[in-house]
Design a protein around this ligand. Structure first.
Ligand code: ATP
Length: 373
């Protein structure tokens, strides 16, 4: 069954900010959430993502700026007059009402008497048809959260705001619910704005992720783009493990050539987010799974044109899908390598002298004045 609801346009935040006394929780922010998208606000605790969400909901008054929906300024509207609904981490279900009545609550409050058809449609959407007469305490955490989503969606909001809705669930259930929420969003077609501190969750679910840090959006983009092309060390480190290598530019052109760790490394100039002039400093980044390892005495077999640095394995751990190595190298502090190819692992043990090599096209360049950690 398809439940596509008519959506009301983009959510647009213009110069929106929030201060508490002298403390700035959200710095003036411009952000557009496209209609029908699954949008994630991602960041560590305290970065201002919940405050931003609450300003969209109207639960928090903005200090400056405006919130508009489909071109209509809703900044001055109280929460209940905004066509948005919020799902919180604490499901806030009514314990004495069964699932049907929990979901029907918003309709009943508006005086709507015949609710069965709409409630049944919602039960089907969240796949809880068999649980209609149970009380919340008779459901698992994931099922309760689905009831909370159904209860919000039955009011036909144009935007559903989700504030760490999966935070209370264990990891396995969390992963299941991520896929479930994504399915529900695709089915109803309305805009979801989802707050999370879990980068994997944001990347799994969202079309667009805004990475927040210190009350600012540090970078915004599609998950793969953020992962492959981080523009700051914060984004590089927050979205997975990154190896950051300090170097000095010694050649410019379509490819930059950087002297680092006693060797020369290349990267495409268009993957460098910092100004790169000869003699300038750069940070080169490479993801662990993009690196291969070879024994130092087999280095001549590495194809020409690959970036390479030497090192010594100091630690290795087998984690099923890959073996993870930590390598000490003159190119930087501990470098991380995830090797998935079993045949490549033979003899790669702590103490082994190795060459790390990778395709220069996967290297990204960052401004060297930032903290590496
Ligand atoms: P978390 O994941 O821990 O909820 P968050 O990124 O959602 O973090 P916010 O809840 O938006 O962060 O809070 C941003 C900052 O604003 C925090 O430093 C917080 O302490 C502060 N803050 C939030 N609400 C208030 C308030 N009512 N008074 C003063 N400071 C506040």
């Amino acid at each position: 069954m398809t439940q596509q609801q008519t959506a009301g346009g983009d959510v647009r935040l213009t110069g929106i900010s929030k201060t508490y006394g002298s403390f700035t929780a959200v710095q003036p922010l411009d952000l557009t959430v496209p209609q029908g998208s699954f949008f994630a606000l991602l960041g560590a605790s305290g970065c201002g993502k919940t405050t931003t969400l609450r300003m969209i909901a109207g639960l928090e008054e903005a200090t400056t700026g405006t919130v508009s929906l489909g071109g209509k300024d809703i900044t001055a509207l109280p929460p209940y007059k905004r066509p948005v609904n919020t799902v919180f981490q604490s499901y806030a279900l009514f314990p004495h009402l069964d699932i049907t009545e929990n979901i029907a609550f918003g309709l009943r409050r508006r005086g709507i008497k015949s609710v069965k058809k709409q409630v049944d449609a919602m039960l089907e959407l969240v796949q809880l048809g068999d649980f209609a007469r149970r009380k919340p305490h008779q459901l698992s955490g994931g099922q309760q959260q689905r009831v909370a989503v159904a209860r919000a969606l039955i009011n036909h909001p144009q935007v559903l705001l989700l504030d760490e809705p999966l935070g209370a669930l264990d990891l396995k259930l969390r992963r299941q619910m991520q896929l479930e929420l994504k399915r529900i969003q695709t089915e109803v077609g309305i805009t979801f704005v989802h707050v999370t501190h879990d980068q994997e969750e944001a990347m799994t679910m969202a079309d667009t992720v805004a990475v927040m840090n210190g009350g600012r959006v540090e970078q915004l983009g599609a998950p793969a783009d953020l992962y492959e092309n981080p523009k700051t060390t914060f984004v590089a480190n927050f979205l997975g493990t990154s190896n950051l290598i300090e170097g000095e530019v010694v050649g410019t052109g379509t490819d930059l050539v950087v002297s680092a760790g006693g060797g020369r490394l290349r990267l495409p100039a268009d993957r460098c987010s910092a100004p790169a002039a000869a003699g300038g400093k750069l940070l080169l980044g490479i993801r662990p799974e993009k690196i291969s390892l070879a024994h130092a005495d087999a280095a001549e077999r590495i194809a020409d044109g690959r970036n390479r640095v030497t090192g010594r394995i100091v630690d290795s751990s087998f984690i099923g899908v890959s073996t993870q190595y930590v390598v000490e190298s003159p190119a930087g502090k501990a470098l991380h390598v995830y090797e998935q190819n079993v045949e490549h692992r033979a003899g790669l043990v702590p103490g082994a002298e190795v060459v790390l090599h990778w395709n220069p096209a996967h290297t990204f360049g960052l401004d060297a004045s930032q903290d590496i950690d």
